[in-house]
Design a protein around this ligand. Structure first.
Ligand SMILES: [Fe+2]
Length: 387
């Protein structure tokens, strides 16, 4: 779909009714129906030092410990009623062992097995679950190289939402989404659409290169996103707070603890998703986003938003530049035997390369060349002119 087939909104981005993304190298669509996914449910992270990670996720971020032993810690957000949203497992290589989704019923696991076996993937089912608290589960290495898990059976725990005595100023209330780095975004989008995901937003250029796409099952902007880059790697896992001030409280706490070097990017307001955000890195370099206040997307005709890659407000609505590490750094992902998946280089244009002007900061949008800041007749990126 060309840009002319989309409607430009008064906010400066484009809307259409179908994701205007086409893959020239698609993963085949299985004849077996996809499992009915409810939502992203938890991530299993391998960490080098369990107690160091516990200090970060429990003492600093305030996640609730559901269970722990010598090998793993099971953590949940304050509104969660399933056993956990995050598993920290001690291991030799800091990486992601599973992106785990909850499905609608136990029968959906049979569908998951058939769906991925038809694609020739490594598929393993464990009636007792792969981790504590979770029952019958299916784990696969998906066609894009990511370790995906599906489960329905799970131990219920107390939803602590009413326990205001337990809240901290920066309380994390829900798991919101995953973000995956993958070389070929259209291929990823097509495959995840086959798995039942719907695109809510994307970033493209005039030539049709797709730099990123956001996809949802639950009625928010996303359960996962595909970010163009060398992959498969994990870009971040995101937890929600109730309000913006909770995110500012996390920044204040990190400052007070002299941990400001864990703040990578933000706080800020996203263009994509309209959410307020902060990116931090854990002791192993795994990136965590704190996120709040995106919008409802559950109608079947929810408009798909397309951002121009050269719109400097797409990733930060206030126009603050994205730090290079945010584009380049990501976590390895593991196969089902615990070995790191090989990383394949992106061959399409990189978002970082096409959006940084000659001075390192400029707007690169066509027609913005004469933009000025405080009267300076230079390319108009505000930080570039502060030097
Ligand atoms: Fe995110």
């Amino acid at each position: 779909m060309s840009k002319n087939d989309r409607i430009k909104t008064s906010s400066g981005f484009y809307v259409s009714q179908e994701a205007p993304i086409h893959s020239d190298n698609p993963v085949p669509t299985p004849s077996a129906p996809a499992p009915d996914i409810l939502r992203c449910a938890y991530m299993e992270l391998v960490v080098a030092d369990l107690q160091r990670s516990r200090a970060f996720y429990v003492d600093v971020l305030g996640l609730t410990v559901t269970a722990e032993d010598e090998e793993a810690i099971y953590l949940r957000s304050i509104e969660e009623f399933i056993h956990h949203n995050l598993v920290l497992r001690k291991g030799p290589v800091a990486a992601v062992a599973a992106f785990s989704y909850r499905v609608r019923s136990p029968e959906e696991l049979d569908k998951a097995v058939a769906f991925y076996e038809e694609l020739g993937c490594d598929v393993r089912r464990n009636p007792d679950g792969f981790v504590q608290g979770i029952g019958d589960s299916v784990r696969v290495v998906d066609p894009l190289g990511f370790p995906y898990e599906f489960f329905y059976d799970v131990e219920h725990v107390e939803r602590l939402a009413w326990r205001y005595d337990l809240y901290t100023p920066g309380a994390l209330v829900r798991l919101d989404h995953f973000n995956q780095v993958t070389p070929d975004v259209p291929r990823a989008v097509k495959h995840y659409q086959d798995l039942g995901f719907r695109v809510t937003e994307d970033i493209q250029d005039d030539a049709g290169t797709v730099y990123a796409a956001w996809m949802r099952r639950k009625p928010t902007v996303h359960d996962t996103a595909a970010t163009g880059g060398d992959g498969p790697r994990m870009h971040h896992v995101a937890f929600s707070t109730h309000e913006k001030h909770n995110i500012l409280a996390i920044c204040d706490k990190l400052g007070a603890l002299r941990m400001s070097d864990h703040i990578e990017r933000g706080p800020g307001r996203h263009g994509v998703s309209n959410a307020f955000y902060l990116y931090i890195t854990d002791p192993d370099g795994h990136r965590v986003e704190i996120y709040t206040q995106d919008y409802y997307t559950g109608d079947p005709d929810n408009p798909v938003i397309t951002w121009d890659v050269h719109d400097n407000q797409r990733r930060d609505w206030w126009g603050n530049p994205v730090v290079p590490s945010w584009y380049t750094d990501a976590s390895l992902v593991l196969d089902l035997d615990g070995n790191p998946q090989p990383v394949v280089a992106r061959t399409d244009d990189s978002e970082m390369a096409v959006t940084i002007g000659a001075d390192g900061f400029s707007y690169t949008r066509e027609g913005d060349e004469d933009g000025s800041y405080r009267g300076e007749a230079a390319k108009g990126f505000k930080l570039g002119n502060q030097l």
